[in-house]
Design a protein around this ligand. Structure first.
Ligand code: NAD
Length: 464
């Protein structure tokens, strides 16, 4: 009985998803999304909705992750206004066919790339920047003339609920629709046929998404995670390095995809570096971090337990204090963790920073190259040649010299991973491109129909 009831419960859900996709597809097939004015109207509607719901979004981010409003504005809300503004300003130019070159052999001809909207798209987002990582792909989808179904994370329920209300008010379901829920809802959506799946989340779930997409040969953008290293050279300004790494590591309590995961540092610098990190933490959050309104909390009890287990590897240099009921976990630095330990094998995604002894740049480069390609890499040196060597001899989704995370805000650059840290990129024009198909078009006149290429050849081409 229980079994048939649960089967019955599952059936309407997937039927709902099918109906939703069909509704969006029927709308897309009307071709109403193609013209510039439709795209601009959607972007303007999105901007109006974002401004109207700004206070509710900030409250929701506080409820989900204890984000301070300033931090939430800096890392989520503000850059969405910037992305919408850029799209509104440039979408006309992005839509223009881009000229290519046509070789002599096919002359007279003109070559172009047309940007075709991919169609009906699915956006699956994570909980750590739940507003920003839902809205930024959506901007790309609308600018490119696509419809979208958004599945935000069940672990940030307050933000997901505001997104559902906000987008439900701003758009009819055939243009943008929000489906709340966890793995089950996500898998029901993944069973449908989409024209693009844009997924942001962990590498493991990224594989599940890629497999589901393969069934329909659906293109994917996979924005995944991984262990992003920092390399500290002897020539680095250690104080600024420590302050910048501490900021990038402990913002959002370490739950940032591009957060520094670990630091490779010459052993003789380690003691001073630990002191400087501690000094930076104190200057950000005061002597008792747990009372700071600017320090976040771990998203769920499961993640709190996971991070607590990782903290058991190595020696705690400072931090380690925690409180399970409030999911507070102090900014923590760890030394001497075995390289085979979970702390040094898994993405940390929490406020633990392992320091790894690494005598020189050669060793650091070898270490990074021996592991999966990271989402981000940070290299710190006053000697520009050292940073340049690291940049050219390692592969990562993105990289920054002498700072962390800031490449995420460089709207003119595509943001994404490589290898296990992801596939494809977005932000600014790259978002438009991610949701478009570049169609190669050659335009020929009827003028001059050269007979040379038509059989019978009889050696007239002079090739042999
Ligand atoms: P996650 O992979 O667990 O979940 C992401 C989304 O997938 C959620 O909406 C979730 O409901 C859904 N999901 C979870 N399990 C699923 C399954 N088995 N089948 C189908 N859907 C499923 O990721 P998370 O915990 O929400 O976020 C943390 C991860 O995301 C980290 O690895 C982090 O590095 C990564 N991340 C990457 C970026 C980026 O831009 N590259 C940004 C933020 C987070």
């Amino acid at each position: 009985m229980a079994r048939s009831l649960s089967n019955l419960a599952a059936v309407p859900r997937s039927l709902d998803m099918k109906a939703l996709v069909e509704k969006q597809r029927a709308y897309f097939e009307t071709r109403v999304t193609l013209p510039l004015h439709w795209r601009r109207e959607q972007l303007l509607a999105l901007e109006r909705a974002a401004r109207k719901y700004e206070a509710e979004i900030l409250d929701a981010l506080k409820a989900d992750l204890s984000k301070s409003p300033e931090e939430a504005y800096l890392t989520e809300v503000g850059n969405i206004y910037g992305e919408i503004k850029t799209a509104l300003k440039n979408v006309k130019a992005w839509m223009e066919p881009r000229r290519g070159s046509a070789p002599l052999i096919i002359q007279p001809a003109r070559a172009y790339q047309y940007a075709d909207p991919l169609g009906v798209t699915l956006i699956i987002s994570p909980w750590n920047y739940p507003y920003q990582l839902s809205m930024a792909p959506l901007i790309g989808a609308l600018a490119a003339g696509c419809t979208a179904v958004l599945k935000p994370s069940e672990l940030s329920p307050a933000t997901s609920e505001v997104l559902k209300r906000m987008l439900g008010e701003a758009f009819p379901a055939e243009v943008v629709s929000v489906v709340e829920g966890g793995v089950e809802a996500s898998q029901a959506l993944l069973a449908e046929r989409w024209d693009l799946i844009f997924f942001t989340g962990g590498t493991q779930v990224g594989r599940v998404v890629a497999e589901a997409a393969a069934r329909h040969l659906t293109p994917t953008v996979l924005e995944l995670g991984g262990k992003s290293p920092c390399i500290v050279d002897r020539s680095a300004d250690l104080e600024i390095t420590a302050r910048r790494i501490a900021w990038g590591k402990y913002v959002n309590a370490g739950q940032t995809c591009v957060a520094p995961d670990y630091v490779l540092i010459p052993p003789e610098l380690k003691g001073r570096f630990v002191d400087l990190l501690q000094k930076a933490v104190r200057s950000f959050y005061g002597a008792d971090v747990s009372t700071s309104g600017d320090y976040g909390r771990i998203v769920s009890p499961r993640h709190f337990e996971r991070i607590s287990a990782l903290a058991a590897d190595g020696q705690i240099a400072f931090g380690g204090e925690r409180d399970a009921p409030s999911r507070y976990f102090a900014p923590t630095v760890i030394t001497d963790a075995p390289l085979s330990s979970p702390l040094m094998q898994e993405e940390i995604f929490g406020p633990l920073l392992p320091l790894v002894d690494c005598p020189g740049i050669d060793d650091a480069i070898r270490f990074v190259r021996s592991r999966p390609k990271p989402l981000a890499l940070y290299t710190f040196a006053r000697d520009a040649a050292v940073n340049e060597r690291v940049l050219t001899e390692t592969s990562s989704g993105g990289a920054v010299t002498n700072d962390v995370c800031v490449h995420f805000a460089a709207e003119g650059l595509p943001f994404g991973g490589v290898g296990e840290s992801g596939l494809g990129g977005y932000h600014g024009q790259a978002s438009f491109d991610a949701f478009s198909h570049k169609k190669s078009v050659v335009k020929r006149p009827f003028l001059l129909d050269m007979k040379l290429r038509y059989p019978p050849y009889g050696g007239k081409l002079g090739l042999l």
